[in-house]
Design a protein around this ligand. Structure first.
Ligand SMILES: NC(=O)c1ccc[n+]([C@@H]2O[C@H](COP(=O)([O-])OP(=O)(O)OC[C@H]3O[C@@H](n4cnc5c(N)ncnc54)[C@H](O)[C@@H]3O)[C@@H](O)[C@H]2O)c1
Length: 260
């Protein structure tokens, strides 16, 4: 039970990659905070995790709102006593071609994926400094931030490049507090996010979602897209004792699509 006595806060934890990671943290004995803009999935996920015998609470959070991030950290600590692991994972995107991106698209995506990710990391880091018992921060970036050619849109790629850059900076700052900060760069992950992108693209291109997924899969050297659990497995490693001397890195989980 690597996570016994720890509290893991998972943003975007109501479904997809966040839910998969929260489940693995709970299986390892961590108490869990599920923070999500969708209060229903957050509540359902937290209730499911309570059944594993850990304390699990759900908090409604729009990560683009700094005041809500501060309230979330306060509520998490009031209810569970500390935050030891942050899986900073909430994010959104949709397919938009380069020439069609408008200011609203840019703002909507970067408000959540870049600004929200930064201030969530900052507020939790501040709490970890106060606790003075180290900690782990894992940010969900994307291979979009490393040049993946078929990413959903340029604003999303920029937001995920920002997550990688802020991971490096935070890792340098937080090292003296024994807080490791790393990023995960997933490739194609079979979650609702992908299903929504494929469904829109399929209408635009007149091909089925399955045909589009097959085309995407052809570009993966290992020949298979990720399940959410493939990404969650790395989050668990980066939160656990085996990674105590790893910080400031951005690891791909993508079947070999981007090899740097
Ligand atoms: N699915 C992929 O192919 C893929 C690839 C690379 C990176 N990612 C990244 O992985 C992360 C998780 O994505 P997923 O695939 O599980 O997608 P998902 O859409 O299934 O889950 C995202 C979760 O984030 C929540 N969320 C969205 N906006 C929020 C906000 N403003 N505040 C709080 N919560 C919010 C959603 O309600 C949802 O529960 C995201 O950061 C995403 O960019 C996904």
């Amino acid at each position: 039970m690597d996570f016994e006595g720890k509290v893991a806060l998972v943003t975007g934890g109501g479904r997809g990659i966040g839910k998969a990671a929260a489940t693995k943290f709970a299986e390892g004995g961590a108490d869990i905070v599920i923070a999500d803009i969708d209060p229903h999935t957050a509540k359902d996920t937290a209730e499911g995790l309570s059944a594993l015998g850990v304390r699990a609470v759900s908090i409604s959070l729009d990560i683009g709102d700094i005041g809500q991030i501060e309230s979330m950290v306060y509520e998490a600590v009031s209810k569970l006593g500390s935050v030891d692991i942050l899986f900073n994972n909430a994010g959104l995107t949709r397919h938009i071609s380069f020439f069609d991106i408008e200011e609203d698209h840019w703002d909507q995506i970067n408000r959540v994926n870049a600004k929200g990710a930064f201030f969530c990391m900052q507020k939790v880091a501040n709490q970890m400094v106060k606790q003075a018992r180290g900690g782990r921060i894992i940010n969900t970036a994307s291979i979009a931030g490393k040049g993946y050619r078929r990413t959903s849109n340029a604003a999303y790629a920029a937001s995920k490049g920002a997550v990688i850059a802020m991971t490096h900076n935070a890792a340098s700052v937080m090292a003296e507090y024994d807080v490791n900060v790393n990023a995960i760069c997933p490739g194609i992950v079979q979650t609702d996010m992908l299903a929504n992108i494929l469904s829109l693209r399929s209408t635009e291109l007149g091909a089925s979602s399955e045909e589009l997924k097959a085309l995407m899969t052809e570009e993966i050297p290992l020949g298979r897209p990720n399940d959410a659990e493939d990404v969650a497995a790395l989050a668990v490693f980066l939160a656990g004792p085996g990674s105590r001397n790893i910080t400031g890195q951005a690891f791909n989980v993508d079947g070999g699509m981007i090899m740097h």
